[in-house]
Design a protein around this ligand. Structure first.
Ligand code: GLC
Length: 548
């Protein structure tokens, strides 16, 4: 791939740039891509206000190109009151001043392309911000605007009770009663500042196709679709007849999640994506009850990828991981889609902490993920081995889930509380916010963050950063590590997972003690921890070999 092609000037030429980048690589680029998630507010701060921004991200693109990823996905940077860190969008075609300007977005896309990196942006279609112009008009009583959301009269003699028993993902009822005028309730599956759109309405459907085109015209290579499973609600908005609905998320088809009607929307989005040159992709954030249900989002005429939350939710256990891998490859292979693998993102406890077992286990899990067939998602900072930051005082927290959880401090671990994985990255060993920016950081960074910084780890062969760099370089160099569903399990002792892909072998020991491997090992390529390359694999270690 040409890493140094310069960006053309005109908008038309820019649309063609993605084609140039795409054509430079053979096959479907996204099938085996490593995609790096930038969470803009915590990645790099270009203007020294303590909050990450597009300018900061642009300046760090060479770091990502050098890391060896294929694409970046940016979490929302749109105009937003930030009630849910930007997942409450007030204007889908504008950049929030805290992140920069449209000019900055354009410059970032151009620079990324010039470095050979593709750019995926987030789109948030399930709900808008309560400050979105349509919702403001709806609250002011405009009947046409109200139809674009879910307004309903309350239950009970004076309409004091919510229209149904649905619960918000962030806690409390999924309905809020409006003030004045017609005191109807509106639906919000997330925070009250995030009213759900009514996707039955043609104006909503048209608007989002237009938003997609706006960003495609800017040159983006795809979209990560927020709450892709939530857009369509069961007809009549029926009661669940149950409380504690959160525990059912991802395990059952709910009247507000994973309804079959969503697929028609993605078929129409696919037609939009296919209007553009190159391969512009759609990635579903879809929490569904099973790998089969997830596979429905990536059928031929729908989206290209869906996050593999079943894999993310599988603990560090060889048998469970093997089952999750088989299930994913089987159900996705059946619809011709590549698998995706993900361990961390901005909504979950960082995997180094979540899996228990600390540093070694986190590295072993990463190396296993990067050996699997398909596409892998890397969340910013996981390449530095960052742990979850648990000790954040209540007064600095910003996650709406924290404030809507009855007993957040008593809540088990950090589960469901998301500030701890959003602490700004350490780039340097010392200095203001460890190189994140010149003006501090919007969440406090823990002592010791500097030792995990990019500069501290660069050049240290033992570091997690160098492990990722080497793994990504090997992944690019070895064709059998890329696309495909083919994976042959090798006999392995309990607690060990071993497979072959062409001339490549990977084994992961999920136990804590050493395990004797039952197959001939070849030349060691890489290991996640101290290992002599022989037939006994230490605990919490993954190794890669050239087949023996
Ligand atoms: C998705 C996002 C999450 C956000 C929610 C509501 O799950 O990843 O951060 O809070 O949607 O938009």
């Amino acid at each position: 791939m040409d890493q140094h092609s310069s960006a053309p000037e005109s908008a038309e030429a820019r649309t063609g740039l993605a084609t140039t980048v795409n054509e430079a690589r053979s096959g479907d680029w996204w099938r085996d891509a490593v995609i790096y998630q930038i969470y803009p507010r915590s990645f790099a701060d270009g203007n020294g206000d303590g909050m990450g921004d597009l300018e900061g991200a642009r300046a760090r693109l060479p770091y990502l190109a050098e890391l060896g990823v294929d694409a970046v996905w940016l979490s929302p940077f749109y105009a937003s009151p930030q009630a849910d860190a930007g997942y409450d969008v007030a204007d889908y075609r504008a950049i929030d001043p805290m992140f920069g300007t449209l000019h900055d977005a354009d410059a970032l896309i151009r620079d990324a392309h010039a470095l050979g990196l593709r750019v995926i942006v987030d789109v948030v279609p399930n709900h808008s911000s309560d400050r979105h112009e349509w919702f403001r008009r709806a609250l002011a009583g405009d009947p046409a605007a109200r139809e674009r959301y879910h307004f309903r009269p309350g239950k009970g003699p004076s309409g004091d009770e919510p229209p149904n028993d649905w619960e918000s993902i962030f806690g409390g009822p999924a309905w809020t009663r409006t003030e004045g005028g017609e005191r109807h309730w509106y639906l919000h599956l997330f925070a009250p500042e995030q009213p759900d759109f009514n996707w039955e309405h043609p104006a909503v459907q048209d608007e989002f196709r237009s938003v997609l085109r706006f960003w495609l015209d800017m040159g983006v290579d795809g979209f990560r679709i927020d709450v892709a499973h939530g857009l369509v609600k069961a007809a009549g908005l029926p009661d669940m007849g149950d409380t504690g609905q959160l525990r059912l998320l991802g395990t059952a088809t709910l009247p507000f999640f994973d309804q079959d009607g969503v697929h028609e929307i993605y078929r129409s989005w696919r037609r939009v994506l296919d209007e553009y040159p190159g391969q512009r992709i759609g990635v579903a954030e879809a929490w569904t009850p099973s790998a089969e249900r997830t596979a429905l989002y990536v059928r031929d005429d729908e989206l290209h990828q869906a996050f593999n939350f079943h894999y993310l939710n599988t603990g560090w256990d060889a048998a469970a991981l093997r089952a999750a891998i088989d299930e994913s490859l089987g159900s996705l292979g059946a619809v011709g889609a590549p698998a995706t693998w993900v361990l961390s993102n901005h909504d979950v406890v960082r995997h180094r902490t979540r899996l228990g077992g600390g540093h070694s286990r986190g590295r072993a899990a990463s190396l296993l993920m990067l050996a699997l067939p398909g596409s892998a998602y890397v969340y910013q900072g996981e390449e530095l081995g960052l742990p979850e930051v648990r000790e954040l005082p209540a007064e600095v927290r910003q996650d709406p889930a924290f404030f809507r959880t009855a007993d957040p401090v008593g809540a088990a671990g950090q589960e469901g509380l998301r500030d701890g994985c959003r602490v700004p990255l350490p780039w340097e060993e010392s200095g203001s916010s460890y190189g994140f920016g010149s003006g501090g950081s919007w969440l406090p960074q823990p002592a010791g963050w500097g030792a995990l910084s990019v500069t501290a780890q660069t050049g240290d062969p033992e570091s997690t950063l160098e492990l990722y760099r080497t793994a990504l370089r090997l992944r690019r160099a070895r064709p059998e590590l890329g696309d495909g569903e083919e994976l042959e399990w090798l006999p392995a002792p309990e607690g060990v997972l071993a497979f072959r892909r062409g001339g490549f072998v990977c084994a992961a020991n999920t136990g804590t003690g050493p395990a004797a491997l039952g197959f001939p090992v070849g030349e060691l390529l890489l290991a996640s921890g101290p290992f002599d390359g022989g037939a006994t694999l230490p605990g919490d270690t993954t190794a890669w070999w050239v087949r023996g």
